[in-house]
Design a protein around this ligand. Structure first.
Ligand code: MLC
Ligand code: AMP
Length: 507
């Protein structure tokens, strides 16, 4: 297939790479640099290594590794080889991992050396041909194998609707769902964002986000790779490192917690962001107060945008023009948004309802869940986001609520049902409800309200350590309360709104 007909996302990125491949792609906190040529060679070597191990086009590669330049190359390698990249949050524990490995049925698993024993024991055989290791310093069996392989490979021919990535989100039933993202979904959204935010080879992005979620992986990396820009590459968000790395950067992306943490640092001022042209926020609501304080401190109006894993980015405040606090801006070009009532009737501007989206950015469906997919799409092809919104007369969209029972903490989604199912199984727990309450650092934090069994209640500490053993750390309740009964409505449904009001002020 001639290159221009190849819808492989890597080929799309490659078209935007600087002509001079010795141009820096990224600089780490310790000053190591990685050029576009390095990324091309390294990702080809990894791709050839995975193919030599027997991975076939369309096979999943499950990845649970720390952020590193080599981890970025592993993502690029999967695209290049036509393999489906399946990244996992490094905080996931054994029983969470077991589900993902069983459900995604990968052929290859790549993990940190520390997780090798666990992942090898969980990997379903004979489907998983190999468990490879990749440590944060780039050591491990993956790079040892890759070093023996060729550093060139034409991106494998892919059609637009072929899968590029599989990312899971838990759901209101507590059972995670695989979200299938195609090469065309990701390429179209990347092209839209590069244009909307005017990314060019002159830009340098401060990249402190994890690369196992949409924000750090497709939005941030996409804008860089899709424009030939460069990055300051931070392993994680650390305020000190961010302050030291900002000079020289032109764009920063982050979840609202990143911006509130910067504001909590007195040394962060106008001078810290002299080279920056744009601060972008997403993944969780940016409070109007944070927007105002940031503008006052730095002179920058943070640009807020809105998206989700299923759709990548849907709306953005304008690069030129008014960025309205409390809104997520207007639909991006090519993205159709509408707000509907309970009868699926489109509502006029100013009326809140369920937000639906249609466009080339929208995923084709959930992995092996055709019924769930059918349930979440309308007959005319709109996806129900589960968010409630209002669109004002000027076209600005505000997210005003969520139909889905979900907590967003530090930009990470947490589904109460998953924690409730777990705690309900604990000795001494008759039933429980899990809610999110406002939190100054994380935006929202997890609170568990427990009705003890007649046999006697566990103490709060044992509830927390029980949860910690089985859940990723960010899902562990930050507060535990005990009550005699949960408030219910006439239908018997727990009144979470009441609980949120009651426990919002509690420590
Ligand atoms: C860490 N902790 C959290 C947490 N992250 N608690 C609640 N919510 C979180 N998000 C807890 C840990 O359990 C631990 O608790 C303690 O904080 C310290 O852990 P840490 O790893 O050192 O924390 P830190 O590095 O400070 O991480 C916080 C953070 C990070 C906000 C910097 O969570 C982060 O980078 N979030 C961004 C997530 C993201 O990329 N979201 C985008 C999703 S894509 P203990 O008790 O164990 O000590 C998406 C689509 C879209 O939503 O639109 O973009
Ligand atoms: P995820 O499942 O991680 O992709 O999270 C997507 C969800 O995060 C959306 O459905 C929204 O509920 C929320 N979200 C993302 N960006 C914003 C934003 N700017 N404001 C409010 N909510 C947001």
């Amino acid at each position: 297939m001639p290159q221009q007909d190849n819808a492989n996302l890597y080929a799309f990125y490659q078209n935007a790479f600087p002509a001079d491949r010795s141009t820096t792609l990224l600089t780490t906190v310790t000053g190591n640099t990685f050029s576009y040529a390095d990324a091309e060679r390294c990702s080809a070597q990894i791709a050839n290594c995975l193919l030599n191990l027997g991975a076939q086009i369309g096979d999943r590669v499950t990845v649970q590794v720390e952020k590193s330049p080599e981890a970025l190359c592993l993502y690029l390698a999967c695209l290049r080889a036509g393999l489906v990249f399946h990244p996992l949050n490094t905080a996931y524990q054994a029983n969470e991992l077991e589900f993902f490995l069983t459900n995604a049925e990968p052929t290859i698993v790549v993990c940190d050396g520390k997780g090798e024993e666990l992942l090898s024991s969980l990997a379903p055989k004979p489907r998983v041909k190999q468990v490879l290791t990749l440590n944060s310093d780039g050591s491990g069996s993956l790079m040892e194998g890759a070093a023996e392989c060729s550093g060139t490979l034409d991106p494998v021919a892919r059609k637009g609707d072929d899968l590029a990535a599989l990312l899971y989100s838990s759901g209101t039933t507590g059972q995670p769902k695989g979200i299938m993202l195609t090469h065309a979904n990701l390429a179209s959204n990347t092209a839209t964002l590069v244009k909307a935010w005017d990314f060019t080879e002159q830009d340098c992005l401060l990249h402190a986000l994890p690369i196992f979620h949409v924000h750090g992986l497709f939005v941030a990396l996409g804008c860089v790779l899709g424009s030939g820009a460069s990055m300051r590459w931070l392993d994680r968000f650390d305020t000190k490192d961010v302050l030291a790395s900002l000079p020289g950067c032109t764009v920063m992306m982050g979840v609202p917690t990143y911006y509130t943490r910067l504001l909590a640092t007195p040394a962060f001022d106008r001078a810290s962001c002299e080279s920056v042209r744009l601060f972008i926020s997403g993944s969780a609501p940016l409070l109007a107060d944070t927007f105002a304080e940031f503008e006052q401190r730095t002179g920058h109006a943070i640009l807020e945008r809105y998206g989700m894993t299923e759709t990548s980015m849907n709306t953005s405040n304008p690069l030129q023009g008014e960025r309205r606090p409390g809104t997520v801006g207007m639909p991006l070009p090519g993205v159709d948004l509408r707000v509907v009532d309970g009868e699926q009737q489109e509502l006029p501007p100013g009326e809140p309802g369920d937000l639906q989206v249609r466009g080339p950015n929208v995923f084709p469906g959930y992995w092996r869940l055709p019924d769930k997919t059918a349930e979440d799409f309308t007959a005319d092809g709109y996806f129900n986001t589960g968010d409630q919104a209002v669109i004002d007369a000027d076209g600005y969209v505000s997210i005003v609520g969520r139909a889905k029972d979900m907590i967003i903490s530090g930009g990470l989604n947490i589904y109460p049902k998953e924690i409730e199912l777990l705690l309900d199984d604990m000795d001494g727990v008759a039933e429980c409800a899990v809610i999110g309450v406002p939190h100054p650092d994380f935006g929202e934090s997890v609170v568990a309200i427990i009705v003890p069994a007649a046999s006697g209640a566990p103490d709060a500490e044992s509830v927390v350590s029980y949860a910690r053993r089985q859940l990723a750390n960010f899902k562990v309740p930050k507060q535990v309360h005990f009550v005699d009964e949960l408030p219910r409505n006439a239908m018997g449904k727990v009144q979470k709104k009441l609980l949120r009001e009651r426990y919002s002020a509690a420590d």
